[in-house]
Design a protein around this ligand. Structure first.
Ligand code: NDP
Length: 339
């Protein structure tokens, strides 16, 4: 069985979901209430592969909210992720994806040192970040969107915002190894890590975001921002492809303008309906078929019987593993979403 650990994007989102699901008493509650809420199994899932194989899984809502990353709530955020992992393990899940901020909290706060959760000893090899499949899907989205919207990669300047992150660094390595893009612009806050990445891949210009965006033909957003930022659309080139892979979204507004193409980054569409309810809650356009690539990774590992941490640690994603997960992604009927 596979598992998915997820969370909602904000307190406001959590309140509206509670209202929609018929829990008005939760809808009026503030952050303190969500801080004390335990993780819950909220969905049981059946997935059929394009090959006909069927698997089952469950969805654990961790009750973590990005607002908890502010100041005094960090310990709560850590507790939420560990408790959700313990709940998945207690329910005999073989391989579980740590969705959205779950894996970021795991890495940032070194949760591998905290493997005891009450009477449960967490077995980390039963978890995956899902980031290899996410990076693979974003790279396919770069290829397919550039073809669709008439951008010649050989002439293109590509900015990766969140370049030093787990997904961002994999995308940069792939852009270097597998494409002939003209320029690669690297954006993040920590300058030392940017310099290290530049040295590692042997190319790319480190640049401030305001300077990079107006020069870019393609912008890949994979920064772990708790809240999206506003972009001044007037400063962007036309055409410009924006692939927003953040959860919550890195861009706070949808930029619907002539020549600006916004793609939901790291999202896949399955070729068959999935028997579940959960993607409606995170507002997917086609919730029976569309999902986060990291969740699809747990499904793929279950289909293949690869019950191990396929994606683990930071900045370890190899192009070989992106190819490997990509092959089984196609085999089981997933494809990158190009909207
Ligand atoms: P990491 O924490 O590994 O990396 C985040 C990157 O963003 C770092 O380079 C960080 O560098 C940079 N960053 C953070 N804040 C800012 C900021 N304000 N401005 C510029 N850069 C910033 O994250 P992941 O690679 O694991 O995940 C990236 C995003 O992808 C997250 O939003 C996550 O939720 C989402 N995601 C989506 C998935 C999907 O299936 N679609 C799956 C998994 C993750 P620095 O701190 O130096 O600024």
């Amino acid at each position: 069985m596979f598992g998915l650990i997820g969370h909602l994007t904000s307190l406001e989102h959590a309140q509206s979901v509670a209202r929609e699901l018929g829990y008005p008493e939760y809808a009026d509650q503030g952050l303190e209430f969500w801080c004390s809420a335990p993780p819950q199994i909220v969905d049981r899932i059946k997935v059929t592969s394009a090959t006909g194989q069927q698997i089952e899984g469950l969805y654990v809502e961790s009750c973590f909210l990005p607002e908890m990353l502010a100041g005094s709530k960090i310990k709560t955020a850590i507790r939420k992720i560990l408790n959700a992992m313990a709940l998945a393990q207690k329910n005999d899940v073989d391989i579980t994806a740590l969705g959205g901020f779950s894996s970021i909290i795991f890495e940032n706060f070194n949760l591998s040192q905290m493997s005891n959760v009450r009477n449960i000893q967490l077995e980390f090899n039963r978890f995956t970040t899902g980031n290899t499949h996410t990076a693979y899907i974003i790279c396919r989205q770069i290829e397919e969107a550039s073809r669709k919207f008439g951008i010649d990669l050989a002439q293109a300047t590509v900015t990766v915002c969140g370049a030093t992150g787990d997904i961002g660094s994999a995308v940069c390595r792939w852009l270097d190894a597998r494409t002939n893009i003209k320029d690669l612009l690297l954006v993040a806050r920590n300058q030392e890590r940017l310099q290290d990445l530049q040295a590692q891949i042997g190319r790319g210009k480190v640049m401030a975001i305001d300077e990079a965006l107006p020069q870019s033909d393609i912008i890949v957003w994979v920064a772990s921002m708790a809240k999206g930022m506003a972009i001044d659309v007037r400063t962007l080139k036309r055409p410009c492809i924006l692939i927003d892979g953040g959860y919550p979204k890195n861009m706070s507004t949808l930029l619907q303008e002539e020549g600006i193409y916004v793609i939901d980054g790291g999202i896949v569409e399955h070729s068959l309906d999935i028997d579940w309810k959960i993607m409606k809650i995170v507002n997917m356009t086609a919730p029976a078929r569309q999902l986060f690539a990291c969740f699809a990774e747990a499904m793929l590992l279950e289909f293949e019987g690869w019950h191990n941490s396929f994606s683990w640690g930071r900045n370890q994603i190899s192009i070989e593993n992106m190819d490997k997960i990509g092959d089984v992604s196609i085999k089981h009927g997933f494809r990158p979403l190009i909207s």
